[in-house]
Design a protein around this ligand. Sequence first.
Ligand SMILES: [Zn+2]
Length: 325
Amino acid sequence: MRPLLVFLTGVLLMLLAACGAAGQAPEPGAASTDASELTVLATTQQIADAVANVAGDNIALTILLGPGIDPHTYVPTESDIQTIQNADIIFYNGLHLEAQMERVFEQLAERADVTVVPVADQLDETSLLSWEPEAGLPYDPHVWNDVRLWTEVVFVISETLSEADPTNAETYQTNAETYVAELDELHQYILNGVEQIPQEQRVLITAHDAFGYFGRAYGLAVEAVQGLSTETEASTADVQALADIVAERVVPAIFIETTISPRTIEAVQEAVRAETGREVAIGGTLYSDAMGEPGSGADTYIGMMRHNVDTIVSALGTAAADTDE
Ligand SMILES: [Zn+2]
């Protein structure tokens, strides 16, 4: 690990310890006796949306990472640590998605007064895609991109809330079932969308490798400039390797992501142009690791997934430009 990050994490752990000691005093007993005061923190918008659908108005919900924020590289601020301290329940993705916050959450998990749940870690290992086990990173963290897997996470959230707040357990379970029915429709919507893409053009090319679960669930090959994390920057060799694939497969379009600078994908576009003279289109912007701004229509998990599949189908569903045929 890079020395700076080790240092930052160290500082945060010290802050955490300090806050922990001070944080015991205020409002003694209030949060634990009044279920309506259950304070829940979610790291990503995707997790927060699932929590909101399950919990309704029965909890106070805080989201740590807003639109456009890259969870792989985000380092929590001092005020984030305060917010984290105030939570009764913390839901984070886990599997090294929130790489710079992982130790903070692991440390908090040892405390008795807070429930810390890495949601993707609760999934059956056989359903997870592998990452770099030899580097201590066993599984791909981008599980929300397979709606069926995300359904499992909704049940994890529902069970956790029900245990913490038994008074409202029935509501949480009913809400989870209602939401999961909507997710079933979403799953079918994506399957139907991908059906419209000619078989040979079912190739999804993005800046970083966030769509492995999407590709597996819905039948697209996926390729990316960067790997499963954005912690290291893309190299010229990475760009060229991907340009070679684009050139070879006559892919009609490649995609920008909201959490990553468009320059990476533009560099691939330039490299394809230099190599083949062909203009590969930028097919649009996908929400990979964060959802949309409020009011964008992609500010819910379902809206985000629909935006992504609509963008992909509209860009890949047409014939590749400038082919020899
Ligand atoms: Zn990612």
